[in-house]
Design a protein around this ligand. Structure first.
Ligand code: A3P
Length: 346
């Protein structure tokens, strides 16, 4: 009799415990804690089922799979999906550049916010004529599923320097918010060079030294034909954007500060996007091995950016470095003047 009572109690404990755990998991998924299963470096045993993008948040995977099953069973339409409040929304903010400014880190860190959903891949809709010709529905289709209260953000750093892009984005949404993340221009130029260099080395190709590319051997002046130099003349591109959008629609992020102290920069972005301040110290921790801040979604899931972010730069001849800094100086002054944000760049 006593034994069966104990068994009954154990059974009850087990059932109630399972129920509590199930409810807890459901609640966590609902409020978005488990939403954050978006790995940059995919870990094999945590990968979602084959055929499903590994960047897709877990709860959306569940929802998407459930919907897909339903679609198969009941021939439901996209409208039915929408009834479940999951939709694909055009971005309400875009990280337009600058390449090597920290665009990936910014996007990933912003996606820590429960109201932000990111397009994991660079979409290259506005800068690629072929993609642009596919139309706005193609672009929307590239966006992740989100709830209506969330905002979708994408990043394609090539947008900043591609002439056709401002007009095309303006045609889509003239009040869109535009994020530009910049670094000290000479550092950014070296970073750009390092990325291309790494690609060449991987393909066993030879590549000129940094000093040979940034200086025009005929004039001994800075070589503005070299793309990595041109991209760092931020004001030149920004002025073109300002033909379409007022300066208030831009927010400039300090990419150098995002590396060493990301939270204040993220707070400024939250404010710019009219989002309540949700990203906290808890979400960002410094990883000494990596040498960078990494992301913490909850007590289980965290991640650092892939190794291709945060490369070791080659040493640059100090006189060439100075020459570049002198070259960028007047453009920087203009950039501060236009944006109202001043940096301690040399
Ligand atoms: P380096 O590789 O030159 O260090 P983008 O994503 O636009 O290509 O920018 C890459 C840069 O982001 C890297 O340049 C790196 O310094 C910077 N970055 C900023 N925060 C980072 C972080 N938390 N982890 C890794 N890289 C980060």
């Amino acid at each position: 009799m006593l034994l069966s009572q104990q068994q009954w109690l154990r059974q009850r404990f087990f059932v109630l415990g399972s129920l509590a755990l199930g409810s807890l998991l459901f609640l966590m998924a609902r409020v978005g804690i488990l939403d954050r299963l978006q790995f940059i470096c995919p870990i094999k045993d945590r990968m979602p089922p084959a055929g499903v993008s590994w960047q897709t948040p877990l709860h959306m995977l569940w929802q998407k799979q459930a919907h897909r099953l339903k679609l198969r069973r009941t021939n439901s339409t996209r409208e039915k999906l929408q009834m479940h409040h999951l939709i694909k929304q055009l971005p309400r903010a875009i990280i337009i550049g600058v390449r090597k400014g920290g665009t990936r880190a910014l996007l990933e860190m912003l996606s820590l916010h429960p109201a932000v959903v990111k397009a994991s891949q660079e979409v290259h809709f506005f800068d690629n004529d072929q993609n642009y010709a596919r139309g706005i529905d193609w672009y929307r289709e590239k966006m992740p599923f989100s709830f209506p209260h969330q905002i979708t953000i994408e990043k394609s750093p090539a947008y900043f320097i591609t002439e056709e892009v401002p007009e095309r984005i303006f045609k889509m949404n003239s009040s869109i918010k535009l994020l530009v993340i910049v670094r000290e221009p000479t550092t950014r130029t070296v970073s750009d060079y390092t990325q291309v260099l790494e690609g060449k080395v991987r393909q066993n190709k030879t590549y000129d030294k940094f000093e040979e590319l940034v200086i025009d051997t005929n004039t001994c002046e800075v070589n503005t034909k070299y793309k990595a130099v041109r991209t760092s003349i931020y004001t030149k591109y920004l002025e073109h954007w300002l033909k379409y959008f007022p300066v208030e629609q831009f927010h400039v992020v300090d990419g150098d500060r995002l590396i060493i102290d990301p939270l204040p920069e993220l707070k400024l972005v939250e404010h710019f996007l009219n989002l309540p301040s949700k990203i906290s110290h808890y979400n960002l921790y410094f990883n000494a091995t990596r040498g960078f801040f990494c992301l913490r979604y909850n007590f289980i899931f965290n991640k650092c950016l892939a190794g291709s972010k945060g490369r070791i730069h080659p040493d640059v001849n100090p006189s060439i470095k100075e020459k570049l800094q002198r070259f960028f100086h007047p453009f920087n002054q203009k950039f501060y003047q236009i944006t109202g944000r001043t940096f301690n760049w040399p």
